[in-house]
Every structure is written in C-alpha cells, then in structure tokens.
Ligand binder design. Structure first.
Ligand code: NAD
Length: 491
C-alpha cells in the first residue's frame, strides 16, 4: 500500500522530501494503518513567507481580466481530467473511501472548474435607479485578496476545488491548509495546479508565482493563518469545534468567513413513501464513506405505520454490506479514518444503549487488514425517542431510528431539534407533506431533499447549512459573491 501511494505521488508530480527534521506530519493510510511518508510541518517563518508571497500574487492576479483568469481554471480542469485516476486512487488511499468515491471526488473538482470558467464571464453587478437627476448608480464586484482554505480529511481535495476555482476566477490568490490526516492529496493537487500554470504560461499568459500555495500543518498552523490580518477571507471546512474557534478569530479582526461545519442529518419516512426507494437511498446515505460525510444520514424518523415493514429490511441489507479494502471492486464500506474515530463510535453506541437503544452492528471487523486499521460493521440503532446521543454528530456509520405516529409537523420538529442544520430529506408521495417540509415552517437545513437521501450534492447549487453547520455557502449558485468585494458607485 505504501509503495502504491508513493508511486501515485510520483506519477502526480509530488516531490517527496528526503529527510525531515523537527516538527513533522505523518501521512498514513487508514486502509492498513501504514505510514506512507513524513512531511515537514510549516514553521512560523514559512507561514510568514507564504502569506507575503500570496499577497504579492494577489496584487498581480487581480488586474488580469476575469475571462482570462478563467482560462487558467479551464486548464486546471483539463489537467484534473488527465490525472483523475491517479488522484482518485490517492484520495482512496489517504481518506479510505471506496475507489468510485475517490474518483467521484476528483470529478467534482472537474465540474466546479467547468462551472467557474463560465462564471468568469458572469461576475455581474446591478445598475440601480439613482434618486438624483443625471446620476448613474451601480454595483461593481472586485477581487478581495488572499483566500485561506482550510479543509477536512473526509473530502481532502474537492473542498479545495470548490473554493479555489471560484476564488481564482474572482481574482484572488489562495492558501490551502489541508487536514493533517490528508497532506499527500493536497500536495498532489498542487502539482496538478502547477502543470495548469505551466500550460497557461505556454499559451502566452502572465501568471504570478505562488498564486496557489499549500501549507502543511496541524490546527495551530491553521490558527496562525486565520489570525493573519493580510488574509481577508477564510473558508473553513471541518468540525463545529473548529468553526467556533475560526469564526471567533475572524470576527475579532473583521475578516470574512465561510464556515462549512458538522451535520446531524435526518430523513423522514412518511406513510406514503416508496419503501424500495427508501431502502436504497437510506443505505447509501448512511453507510457511504463509512458514515464519514458531513451529509451522512444519522437519524431516521419513521412513521409507525411503515416502521415494521422498513427497519427489519434495512437490517437485512446492512447484514450483506461488503466491508473491506476500499480499492477492491465491490467494496461498499471502507475503514474509519483512525482509532479515535473508532473509539468515538463505540462511546456513542454505549451511550445509545444506556439511553434504551437497541444496537444492531457496530463491531470491529476485518482486523486482518492491519492492527491499526479500523473497519466497522455499520450500526442501526433503534431508539425509544430522540435522546441526547442523537443530538450530536458522531462521525461514524451509526443510523439512529425513531418512530413518529402523528402528522408531518411532528416529524419536522424532530428533524429540526438538533444544533446542526446541514442536510435533510423526506420520503413521501404526499404533495402536502412535501410542501410542508420544503416551506417556511419546514426543514431548517441548508439542504432539504424530497425522495433523495441526505448525502451528496451537485456543484451547481450553493452548498452549506444553518445553525451550528456555520451558515456558509460555497460551490454553485451565487456563492461567488463571498469571494469578492462589492462597491456601490454613483457617477
Ligand atoms: P477538524 O475540525 O478536526 O479539522 C478540519 C480542519 O481544520 C483541519 O485542517 C484542521 O487542522 C483544521 N483546524 C482545526 N482546528 C483549527 C483551528 N482552531 N484553527 C484553524 N484550523 C483548525 O475536522 P475533521 O475531523 O478533519 O473533519 C470532520 C468534520 O468536518 C466533521 O464534523 C464533518 O461534518 C465536517 N465536514 C463538514 C463539511 C461541510 O461542508 N459542512 C464537509 C466535510 C467535513
């Protein structure tokens, strides 16, 4: 596995350091628990240098016409297409997601590049009627400055692309502090970007050095960057704990933040739901990426009238899931990221039992794959009610199931009764219920789906959630506005 990862890094153009002294980050794979490489952690001197250079790059890049900036992002999309298989494999190895998901993540990067290229010709402002005679009033949008991207381990590369593709066409430089659990995929992505820059130069365009930079380190490196007054925008993806710290630090210095934090997502299964569709959608949303997606389905709110038809059937499907090496064809569930994730899952299951829940699954399996590799049987937990343990995000494949026996309003209240507000679904064939769920008194989440699971998102729509999910929006729709400064001009 180690050699496979190193070969992919080489193929992708990553220059691996030979010897690392002092503060270091260990890159490992959750598939076997093996260490792949040791990388130097950025020092305070490195951070200072990288911020200065990023600021210089911004000053040059901001005056390049937006459609010409778009050409660089178009080339990035082409380079990603060329590197899709290798980068997708490396994502699988470093994050432990099944190969199709690794490839899918790279496809999202390609898709957002396509989106951003179109956007580079559509960064419009309004013209507004002035109350003064012979005056014209308008809004114009301008590049903002170096954009700091902090990413989580579970989407190690797509989150960078969602932000960077937009930031770059908007005229910003980017700094990336990837998860210390996924540094290699970040270095590989930077190498792909460097090839796009080379092709852009070969086409005769001028592009500053250090337009994109990766800063390897743990939380304290992220915190040092977040505190830097030369960075006007921080887009941070990760836990709510991290977002609280980042949000506060940004607010203190009036920097902008896009916070994409935890989720505790529910699906409501109404009496009229098509159960065959529910079984597939629920299983995919609850066990995909081994329950380590921000949009993973964690709570199932099932009407009493269909509970006995659905839940035993789901348990049967869970019994047949193929759990194992995510690079093997046919595997549906890969490993948890590390021992801490496994321990957190076991703690949550014990709490569910203590609260009267009946736990099916949840045990460690496939121990032969590595003593430091943590594979689990995804768990279904039948709960007597929505107790405290269901109100927190445990980043593991645990699907809590509760019954409701009243009207749709009761199920919506359960959906909304948690601190997070990322994704939600209803399965129903009743139009009135659907409208209730999608309306003003319905789901309070940033994503509300009908007859589709909670996980996954298309890049065309703005992605993000409310409450303790942070309120940020990135990717499609008009998310680009967060990466620019707006000026109101009267002439
Ligand atoms: P994490 O919060 O531990 O780390 C995320 C990133 O933040 C890492 O790069 C980390 O080094 C950095 N970081 C941590 N503390 C920091 C601080 N004080 N200042 C600056 N940087 C800091 O999260 P994780 O375990 O990597 O990822 C899992 C979490 O991320 C889950 O809660 C999941 O729901 C969430 N997530 C959210 C989204 C979304 O779009 N809403 C997407 C993916 C993951």
């Amino acid at each position: 596995m180690k050699q496979n990862a190193l070969d992919l890094c080489k193929q992708l153009g990553v220059a691996m350091p030979t010897a690392v002294a002092g503060n270091a980050i260990t890159a490992r794979t959750p598939i076997t628990g093996d260490v792949i490489a040791t990388l130097p952690c950025a020092s305070s001197g490195d951070i200072e240098r990288v911020v200065v250079r990023s600021r210089e790059a911004f000053l040059a890049w901001r005056t390049v016409p937006a459609p010409v900036r778009g050409e660089l992002v178009r080339l990035l999309g082409e380079e990603l297409r060329t590197s899709k298989h290798a980068l997708g494999q490396l994502v699988s190895i470093e994050a432990g997601k099944v190969l199709q998901e690794g490839l899918g993540e790279v496809q999202e990067m390609i898709d957002i590049c396509d989106f951003a290229v179109g956007l580079s010709r559509q960064l419009y402002g309004l013209t507004i009627a002035s109350e003064r005679a012979e005056h014209r009033m308008m809004e114009t949008w301008h590049p903002l400055g170096p954009t700091l991207i902090i990413s989580a381990f579970n989407f190690p590369v797509a989150v960078w692309a969602w932000n960077a593709a937009l930031a770059l066409v908007c005229g910003n430089s980017t700094l990336w502090k990837p998860s210390d659990k996924a540094p290699l995929t970040a270095l590989a992505t930077q190498a792909v970007f460097d090839r796009a820059v080379q092709r852009y130069r070969d086409e005769g365009h001028i592009v500053p050095d250090n337009l994109s930079a990766v800063v390897i380190g743990r939380a304290e490196v992220g915190a040092a960057l977040v505190a830097d007054a030369r960075i006007p925008l921080v887009s941070a993806t990760g836990s709510t704990r991290m977002g609280r710290a980042v949000g506060e630090a940004c607010a203190k210095r009036f920097a902008r933040s896009i916070l994409e934090l935890g989720g505790n997502n529910a699906a409501i299964i109404a009496p009229s739901a098509t159960l065959e569709m529910v079984e597939r959608a629920v299983t995919f949303a609850a066990v995909g990426t081994a329950g380590q997606r921000c949009t993973t389905l964690r709570r199932l709110v099932v009407h009493a009238g269909v509970y006995d038809a659905l839940v035993p059937r789901l348990r049967k499907i869970y019994g047949k899931l193929r759990i194992g090496n995510p690079l093997d064809e046919g595997t549906l569930v890969g490993p948890l990221i590390d021992r801490a994730a496994f321990d957190a899952m076991q703690t949550a299951l014990a709490a569910a039992r203590a609260a009267g829940g009946t736990v099916h699954g949840g045990d460690r399996v496939q121990q032969a794959l590595g003593t430091d590799a943590y594979y689990v049987q995804p768990a279904i937990v039948e709960m007597p009610s929505q107790t405290d343990v269901m109100c927190h995000e445990t980043f593991a494949p645990i699907l809590h199931v509760v019954k409701y026996d009243g009207e749709i309003e009761q199920a919506v209240a359960l959906n909304n009764a948690v601190a997070h507000g990322l994704s939600s679904s209803i399965f129903t064939n009743d139009l009135r219920e659907m409208e209730r769920f999608l309306g003003a008194a319905g789901s309070d989440c940033g994503i509300a789906n009908v007859n589709i699971g909670t996980s996954g998102a298309e890049i065309g729509g703005a992605f993000g959630g409310e409450k303790e999910t942070g309120g940020g929006r990135e990717s499609g729709s008009d998310s680009w506005r967060a990466y620019m400064r707006r000026a109101t001009n009267t002439i």
